[in-house]
Design a protein around this ligand. Structure first.
Ligand code: PLP
Length: 438
């Protein structure tokens, strides 16, 4: 049982006075240090981490020695090299290595500092490459919070409220089959949600010749861990090809081995034209990357840049992290598959047992559990989810919400099976508790 301390309360009080409101969780988590599968708070409480610190520590919480050593070495040498103004070898070496993880024909990288910035660059590149203005994006998507990417984000209205007007964007329903917006069932629906795109917005609202790109997450993250059917993106890609619209795949959360492949989109048998990455790419340090097809060309000098893109310390961390992945690729692929199956099996067993688990969905170690009040009505179990998250915290497990009433399961992909099992035990007892007490 977690014990709260005076120090925890003090830090939270001081935070509330000076830090602008963000999205802090309801539980009082004040981390102090990490150790692979575990994180310790400032009062010495030990937690199993099923959040990877919002999908950043795919290789363990502060755990990878090579990453830490590379950062220390680079800090003593040169931290910042003004990479968009001067030349530097390390970011070039990392770009070459990163491009090696992409399909053939991907030859250009732009470095930034975050997921939202990687997507801003992708929006601008799509527009300049196609000379078109509109972007098509999906409901429940989350692409970031700066104004360009926020124009695409349509996950929760609070994230947009008061910040408009936005860029030229068309939003369409995603294949959220558990709650199909058309009240149909897959596969007998025949992808009515995809037909809708051509029949409605692209016929009645905006000409497809004005659409620069279709932006998507292969598995929607913040919007609720929504996994579309495996043939979904082939259909989306068909529309894109028909009208010469670019496909932009946001791999910020789903990528970097989370699903057992470097790119989550690889599970769906299609290629995008531009990919964006961030979060785990930096091994714990800030980085964003926008990766585009060589055939799209390049942009004029002076057209897009930043100050810290290619920062040497972030790149050193990213480079060491990618080196680790390349060396251990087959092993990691296999491990994610095994650990993901184990988690899915246990969570599906719980779904059979507990009325408040409505849906379990995921690929690899990117799994969402949707909490409902009742399986038949599928009424969102908002309070039930809150109880589960708080109870898990009290019992030593860090979990994060997604969407209206989903819980995300994203442990470090390196987590030991015994700790995954322990975390699932804590989760199950919290589900039991929330089932009785609400
Ligand atoms: C899929 C996706 N894209 C973009 C972002 C934005 O990334 P950042 O918070 O680094 O700007 C996020 C963040 O959660 C994300 O999950």
């Amino acid at each position: 049982m977690v014990k709260l301390s005076k120090k925890i309360n003090e830090i939270i009080e001081r935070d509330k006075k000076v830090i602008m409101t963000t999205t802090r969780e309801s539980y009082p988590f004040v981390p102090s240090h990490g150790d692979g599968d575990f994180v310790f708070d400032v009062a010495g409480n030990k937690f199993i981490d099923f959040s990877s610190f919002i999908s950043v520590y795919n290789l363990g919480v502060n755990a990878n020695k090579q990453i830490r050593e590379a950062v220390k070495k680079q800090v003593d040498k040169l931290m910042h090299s003004a990479f968009t103004d001067y030349y530097s070898e390390l970011p070039v070496e990392f770009a070459e290595k990163l491009l090696g993880m992409f399909p053939k024909g991907f030859g250009k990288v732009f470095f930034s500092n975050s997921g939202t910035e990687a997507n801003e660059a992708a929006i601008k590149f799509s527009r300049i490459f196609t000379k078109r203005q509109y972007i098509l994006a999906f409901y429940n998507s989350f692409h970031g919070r700066t104004l360009g990417s926020l124009s695409l984000t349509a996950s929760k209205s609070i994230q947009r409220a008061g910040f408009g007007p936005f860029n030229a964007t068309i939003h369409v329903p995603f294949a959220y089959c558990y709650r199909c917006p058309f009240k149909l069932e897959y596969p007998s629906c025949n992808f009515a949600c995809v037909d809708y795109i051509e029949e409605y917005p692209l016929s009645k609202e905006v000409s497809p010749e004005e659409v620069a790109a279709i932006f998507f997450e292969p598995i929607q993250g913040e919007g609720g861990y929504i996994v579309p059917p495996l043939d979904y993106f082939k259909k989306i890609s068909k529309i894109a090809k028909k009208y010469d619209i670019l496909l932009v795949d946001d791999e910020v959360q789903a990528g970097y081995m989370r699903t057992g492949k470097f790119l989550a989109l690889d599970h769906f048998g299609v290629e995008a034209d531009i990919y964006t990455m961030a979060k785990s790419l930096g091994g714990g340090l800030p980085i964003g990357a926008t990766i585009s097809r060589t055939s799209l060309g390049t942009i004029p000098a002076g057209s897009h840049a930043n100050t810290f893109g290619g920062n040497l310390v972030s790149i050193a961390a990213a480079n060491a992290s990618l080196e680790y992945i390349k060396k251990n690729l087959k092993k990691l692929e296999q491990e994610v598959k095994e650990k993901g199956s184990l988690m899915m099996k246990r969570l599906n067993e719980m779904k059979e047992k507990y009325e408040i688990i409505g849906d379990v969905r995921g690929i690899g170690l990117m799994i969402g559990v949707e909490i409902v009040k009742d399986k038949y009505t599928k009424e969102y179990g908002v309070e039930e989810r809150e109880k589960i998250l708080n109870k898990c915290f009290e019992d030593g497990l860090i979990l994060l919400p997604a969407g209206k009433s989903t819980i995300r399961f994203i442990p470090p992909i390196t987590m030991k099976i015994e700790n995954i099992e322990k975390g699932l035990d804590i989760f199950e007892s919290a589900v039991k508790y929330a089932s009785n007490k609400v």
